[in-house]
Design a binder for this molecule. Sequence first.
Ligand code: NAP
Length: 321
Amino acid sequence: MRPLVHVTRRLPEVVERQLAAHFDVVLNETDAPLDARALADALAGADALLCTVTDRLDGAVLRGAAPLRARILVNFGVGYNHIDVGAARERGLVVTNTPGVLTDDTADVALALMLMTARRLGEGERCVRAGAWTGWTPTQLLGMSLSGKTLGIVGFGRIGRAMARRAHFGLGMRVRYLSRTVRPDAIEVGATPSPSLEALLAESDVVSIHVPATPETRHLVDADALAHMRPHAILVNTSRGDLVDEAALVAALRAGTIAGAGLDVYEGEPRIHPELSGMENVVLLPHLGSATRETRRAMGERALANLVAFFDGREPPDRVA
Ligand code: NAP
């Protein structure tokens, strides 16, 4: 008998076909996110859960599903802060993710957010679409030049490094980074270390966040951190909403503590802080970091490789717990 894999969201057709060639599958025809009850039922009814960022697999769901048929949580995505890994371990569940395959696309979105915010491109587009553009003027929508400016990267992993390369070699920016680990090869992408978060925030014209969301990094960028930033500086977040205290960010933008923000992720997504939506100096994207046909297929194939290895009795290549 083939293992049964419950897939929580619609995946690219090619990935669903490949999954069905290897396993019995429960697919989500409607693509509606699963609530706690449905997740617990899936854990009790299938051998594996192919889950993603919209599935809140917290302690209550993981401990509440009894008896548990599932033996593995295969996450479609590199970030897995929506999974209580400790509770998963307690229930004997293996957890995997899909690192590496979404690095470049996510760095592209961070770069796009930096450009859009610094150069006021969202405002410009809204102006044209509203029919409010009356023609070129020497003083219309003046932004901040990025060439020669300093980009501060918080979290120098795969995506942080890819962002550094783009900003340094593509835009001619000076790049500083914060990492808990020494990165001797950072210089290859033009990046040098900053001694502390406060120092990095104080010296940067743009700050881009690339650390994972963990209990330790929750609200890493809070009111205190924002107060260290420069009034003309911009904050970019493509990592996870939890890393930024959204209420403090709104207050900092309102007070002019910082000049703008480019966001792909939110604390309560898909809910957006109501004040953010009304701010012209904020660029808001709907969590598009890895959203390309190529990458979503690669993520699916990586998830499949983890499932195949696990049910063949091998160590899954991307095991995180
Ligand atoms: P990664 O390679 O693991 O990089 C994360 C880096 O953060 C690591 O190098 C880690 O290095 C560092 N770090 C962890 N805690 C830190 C702390 N407290 N202070 C400073 N540095 C810290 O992960 P990645 O592939 O670059 O992905 C990063 C995050 O991007 C993911 O966790 C995910 O949430 C997010 N993401 C978002 C999207 C999107 O659609 N918007 C797409 C993909 C990924 P040390 O442990 O050595 O410090």
